[in-house]
Design a protein around this ligand. Structure first.
Ligand SMILES: [Zn+2]
Length: 182
């Protein structure tokens, strides 16, 4: 039997337990990082124009939408964001602010049904200095948490996500979302 060497599973842990490490949420390696902060270079502006499977879209609202993070911090790591290309939370108008909140609440319920997490981290990294991978287009992270999951996160953070796995996650969440609506 062949056994993979321990070195194949990412860097050694430093023994610290982290509850919230937004720096892990930047788009690793920068390959998905926009060239500049314009609409034309923004993946979050491009995603809603394509199909749901391709863009990992879980749900579309009127003013905001819900997608899977391409580089998840945990299974079921979602992002809720406005269609409009704005960088600052205070740039949202009232209707967008409300829908961002309502979609976040619904996403929490859906993740609860599908994955039964023990808790959530919810938040925005505003500006590149705060860890936003795509600072020009506001997005709210929603990360399901399980007891002890911090132990394998450093490994997950260094591992390329499998598209099949994300497609699977997207389908499960989108199906559950649709069921709650009907
Ligand atoms: Zn954008």
């Amino acid at each position: 039997m062949e056994v993979d060497p321990a070195s194949a599973f990412g860097p050694r842990e430093d023994g610290m337990e982290r509850l919230w490490t937004p720096h892990r949420m930047v788009y690793i390696g920068g390959e998905a990082k926009p060239a500049d902060s314009t609409v034309g270079a923004c993946p979050f502006c491009r995603i809603p124009q394509g199909d749901d499977e391709q863009g990992l879209v879980v749900a579309r609202g009127e003013r905001c939408f819900v997608i899977l993070n391409l580089y998840p911090y945990n299974s079921g790591h979602l992002m809720v964001l406005p269609y409009r290309h704005v960088s600052d939370y205070t740039d949202l108008d009232e209707a967008e602010t409300v829908e961002l909140a309502v979609l976040t609440q619904k996403a929490i319920r859906i993740l609860g049904v599908v994955y039964a997490p023990a808790g959530f981290n919810i938040g925005m990294n505003q500006g590149a200095v705060a860890g936003a991978g795509i600072a020009a287009h506001l997005h709210q992270h929603l990360v399901p948490r399980w007891l002890g999951d911090a132990n394998f996160l450093p490994v997950v953070g260094q591992t390329k996500a499998l598209p099949e796995l994300l497609a699977d996650t997207r389908r499960r969440l989108a199906d559950a979302w649709g069921r709650e609506e009907s």
